[in-house]
Ligand binder design. Structure first.
Ligand code: HEM
Length: 229
């Protein structure tokens, strides 16, 4: 590589490192606002249910349980896709700073999936465990949703720094690769509900497919680069 190309490459990676430091500082400062922004839809939903319980006008429509399924389900899968898009973003841009929000986004996705399941078990099925068991056996989309949630539970439970230390980085990373399985199952849960060709589940599945597909592709590219050096 000529000296000029070398110095151009060094200059551009210096620029990227500077941009990354600035972005990291900005993201750290914005963290409380990001947490508030992620919690806001959930808080608004609880507030609407509060209004419903008090017999006040609310925005949950004629079927509040159904409305809540859709609202919490969409936030859960949207945040899960956002969480898993951070690694390909880093691989494509070289920017590490966005990874600062990975745990927060992952926990927010789990929080909305939990609200989703509470809505199903408590507000929709009123703890009718036999009915729930029959529903899981009868509806494949519920089974896929349950499987997605059961994969998310250990990931949320081991999202603390103490858990990383306890498990060790290698085992922690291996466990958290299951997040891709959770996304695949959540996408299947969404697709299996489709009545005819509905754009929204297809778009979500497309984005999930992109995030799932990019990772091995970019990892392979990085390996090839390393081998060529
Ligand atoms: C035990 C686990 C779960 C159960 C019982 C469950 C149940 C449901 C139900 C009953 C619906 C509404 C279906 C309808 O419209 O009639 C639904 C929709 C949905 N759920 Fe789940 N779910 C579970 C887990 C999950 C998880 C883990 C995610 C995402 C991470 C998720 C994402 C969604 C989405 C995106 C929708 C569709 C929203 C729309 O119609 O646009 N669900 N779920």
């Amino acid at each position: 590589m000529t000296a000029r190309l070398q110095s151009a490459a060094t200059a551009s990676s210096d620029r990227r490192r500077r941009a990354d430091r600035l972005l990291a500082a900005a993201l750290r400062r914005a963290r409380p606002f990001a947490i508030a922004a992620m919690a806001l839809p959930g808080a608004w939903l609880v507030w609407q249910w509060g209004r419903l319980a008090l017999g006040l006008p609310h925005a949950l429509g004629p079927n509040p349980q159904e409305w809540t399924h859709i609202f919490t389900g969409r936030w859960a899968i949207g945040l899960l896709i956002a969480t898993l898009s951070l690694t390909p973003t880093r691989q494509l841009t070289g920017l590490v700073a966005p990874l600062l929000y990975r745990r927060m986004l992952g926990l927010a996705a789990f929080f909305y999936a939990l609200m989703h399941i509470v809505n199903y078990v408590v507000l929709d099925q009123f703890f009718a465990w036999h009915e729930i068991a029959r529903d899981i056996a009868k509806r494949p989309y519920i089974l896929a949703g349950l499987a997605a949630f059961l994969v998310l539970v250990p990931l949320a439970a081991t999202s603390t720094r103490a858990a990383v230390r306890r498990l060790g980085a290698r085992r922690w990373q291996a466990l958290h690769r299951l997040a891709y399985l959770a996304l695949a199952l959540a996408s299947l849960h969404y697709l299996l509900q489709m009545k005819g060709l509905e754009p929204r589940p297809l778009v979500h599945a497309g984005l999930a497919g992109l995030v799932l597909g990019l990772r091995p592709l970019l990892a392979g590219r990085r390996m090839n680069r390393k081998r060529r050096r």
